[in-house]
Design a protein around this ligand. Structure first.
Ligand SMILES: [Zn+2]
Length: 127
């Protein structure tokens, strides 16, 4: 029993590459944990959240490796995680904490870029 991978044929090339990065993360979780354990993980929202946060992190890593900004990649995966039906009942804090713990490198880079961006904006706005 291996991981099931489906790709929407309408996805653009970069969307497809992201999806592949995401699914590759799930496939390696499956190999790491075993298919049964991976299935059991999926049953509990907290385990599911950790697995999805890790897979979305793989997407963000892919985006950053291909010239994306960590700040924008991280914001995007935060939104994507929030949009998942499984996690509707979880607070943004819970989602963000999980993402930060699964994706510390991108989270730190995103925070640093955000601070730089804010600093630039403030300089530009001051007389
Ligand atoms: Zn996923």
């Amino acid at each position: 029993m291996g991981p099931v991978q489906r790709f929407n044929p309408d996805l653009s090339d970069s969307g497809l590459a992201r999806t592949r990065a995401h699914e590759a993360a799930h496939a390696s979780q499956c190999r790491r944990d075993g298919a049964i354990w991976h299935f059991v993980h999926g049953v509990f929202p907290s385990q599911r959240l950790a697995a999805e946060a890790e897979a979305y992190c793989a997407e963000a890593n892919f985006g950053v490796a291909n010239g994306g900004q960590a700040r924008l990649e991280y914001a995007r995966i935060q939104d994507e995680l929030r949009e998942m039906p499984w996690f509707r009942r979880l607070s943004s804090d819970v989602l963000n904490d999980s993402l930060a713990s699964q994706c510390p490198t991108i989270a730190v880079a995103a925070a640093r870029e955000e601070a730089d961006w804010q600093a630039r904006w403030h300089r530009a706005g001051s007389p």
